[in-house]
Design a protein around this ligand. Structure first.
Ligand SMILES: NC(=O)c1ccc[n+]([C@@H]2O[C@H](COP(=O)([O-])OP(=O)(O)OC[C@H]3O[C@@H](n4cnc5c(N)ncnc54)[C@H](O)[C@@H]3O)[C@@H](O)[C@H]2O)c1
Length: 467
């Protein structure tokens, strides 16, 4: 774990340099990997039984849900899994055994064991559900190893340099880099996308979204169901459980919107970002940092060892984005305060809007003047076909079913040799909000430019998501 921390610090130092504003231009920087030339040229071999071959890197809690959905869809098999910890690997093997399918090969023993897995095995798709600092090294290694479809969890990248790495390597290898942004498949989100596409809201003007989720328990989790006052302990770092091992450290080291894609992904689809429109510039501001320290003191007392930790992350980070076609978008990051969960969507155009908080829709000429409609009635009418056809299969799946719909859509593309539903340009543009907001906050809220990750192609690229 010590090496992980050093790698993290090295990467975040790079982020710090970017945040100081030294470079935001396109960067095809050399990407660290030990994959050899010959192995890079490896092509997917012929299939023995015609099944799609899956691999998983990072077998923690998120991986279990992906496994459920991969195995719920016929014609798939899991060839190999990789993790550095015994516990998650054992849990995952037990989980897979419930499906009565052959046991996958295990790769473990070092932080770079995933490279051996990628060198030794043939995959149609590798899913990466590891800590954030590993997303890009693992995605890059998978693409360079010739894996045709690579699914990376959110956010895809932490820094602008990493965003460019994803784009450059996807372009040069031809591998499809699919950001696994499940919220793009949420039922209400897909219905609102349909309403946008059918013109109900007119020309879009403005969007709002965010990640507003009280993660204080998750950030100090010792694995005892967050029961601090009844003997559980507040923990973060190597001795903690699951995400508290790595996620909390980002709140120590960074100040920006460090988890933007659940919010921005759906809004980007509505606004045709990278396909006729693009993000131009961003400004961000952060509040003071209070919530995490207060949580430690409230639950562990002023003398708790973690009370000495200085958290950099402002409790509420607000970013505003300007788009090439005129729209504005407000993105919020709010994970350190007591509050009910919300992604706070608002999609507004010249004819009406959807407001997620309050479940409101208003459509000029159809809603009673100046009065909200309940969004449920509208969303029933504009239910997306992925949901109306897959509802029964999605029923038991994670996050209200959207995890299944997302996996189904990706697998459909793999089976039909189509581009992945969301690509390296989506991954880069959405994730770039992190690096850019850190940069803007460090400069007192200065306006910073978005790189054009498509290098001008956004003007001609056509929308393909969930048509
Ligand atoms: N889309 C969603 O709704 C959603 C929900 C939860 C988590 N996530 C994302 O999924 C990812 C994983 O989250 P999680 O909750 O499963 O975290 P987790 O901590 O439970 O699992 C991460 C796993 O990665 C392993 N790992 C760490 N370094 C590794 C390495 N070098 N090689 C191989 N394995 C390594 C860890 O041992 C751990 O088992 C994160 O990116 C998170 O943001 C997304």
């Amino acid at each position: 774990m010590e090496k992980t921390r050093r790698t993290f610090i090295k990467k975040m130092t790079t982020a710090g340099i970017a945040a100081a504003g030294l470079s935001i231009a396109g960067n095809a920087s050399a990407v660290e990997t030990s994959i050899t030339e010959t192995q890079q040229k490896k092509k997917a071999a012929g299939k023995d039984d015609g099944k799609l071959r899956f691999g998983f890197i990072g077998t923690g809690s998120r991986c279990q849900e992906h496994i459920n959905n991969v195995l719920a869809i016929s014609g798939n098999k899991i060839v190999a899994i990789c993790d550095i910890q015994k516990g998650p690997l054992e849990r995952t093997l037990k989980h897979i055994a419930k499906f009565n399918v052959p046991e996958p090969k295990i790769y473990t023993g070092s932080e770079r064991a995933f490279e051996q897995m990628l060198n030794n095995e043939e995959f149609d798709c590798v899913i990466i559900a590891s800590p954030w600092e590993w997303h890009v090294p693992m995605s890059v290694a998978a693409m360079k190893a010739g894996v045709p479809y690579v699914g990376v969890e959110v956010s895809a990248a932490n820094t602008l340099e990493e965003c460019w790495d994803l784009v450059n390597v996807s372009e040069t290898t031809g591998s499809h880099l699919n950001i696994m942004e499940n919220v793009c498949y949420r039922r209400d989100v897909m219905a609102s996308l349909r309403m946008v596409r059918e013109g109900l809201f007119g020309e879009l003007l403005h969007g709002e979204c965010g990640y507003e989720h009280d993660l204080r328990d998750v950030k100090f989790n010792d694995g005892t169901q967050y029961n601090y006052k009844k003997g559980g302990e507040l923990r973060m770092g190597p001795t903690a459980y699951a995400e508290a091992q790595w996620r909390t450290q980002h709140s120590v080291m960074r100040n920006g919107d460090i988890y933007p894609t659940h919010g921005i992904g759906p809004v980007a689809h509505c606004m045709d970002i990278n396909r006729g429109n693009r993000f131009l510039s961003l400004t961000s501001m952060a509040t003071q940092s209070r919530g995490l320290h207060k949580f430690i003191v409230d639950n562990g007392g002023e003398n708790h060892p973690l009370a000495k930790v200085r958290f950099n992350l402002g409790d509420i980070v607000t970013s505003m984005i300007k788009c090439a076609n005129g729209q504005t978008i407000i993105v919020t990051h709010d994970t350190n305060s007591p509050r009910p969960y919300s992604l706070g969507f608002r999609i507004q155009g010249t004819e009406g809007l959807w407001m997620n908080d309050g479940d409101h829709v208003y459509v000029q000429g159809k809603s009673k003047p100046h009065l909200w409609d309940d969004s449920e009635e509208w969303f029933k009418k504009y239910d997306h076909k992925l949901w109306s056809t897959l509802e029964a299969q999605a029923k038991e799946a994670g996050h209200g079913g959207m995890d299944f719909i997302m996996m189904y859509d990706l697998i459909d593309c793999i089976k039909n040799k189509k581009p992945a539903p969301m690509d390296c340009y989506d991954a880069a543009a959405w994730s770039a909000i992190s690096g850019l907001s850190e940069m803007s906050i460090a400069r007192g809220g200065a306006l910073v430019d978005f790189p054009d990750f498509t290098r001008g192609q956004w003007i001609h690229r056509k929308q393909e998501f969930a048509l």
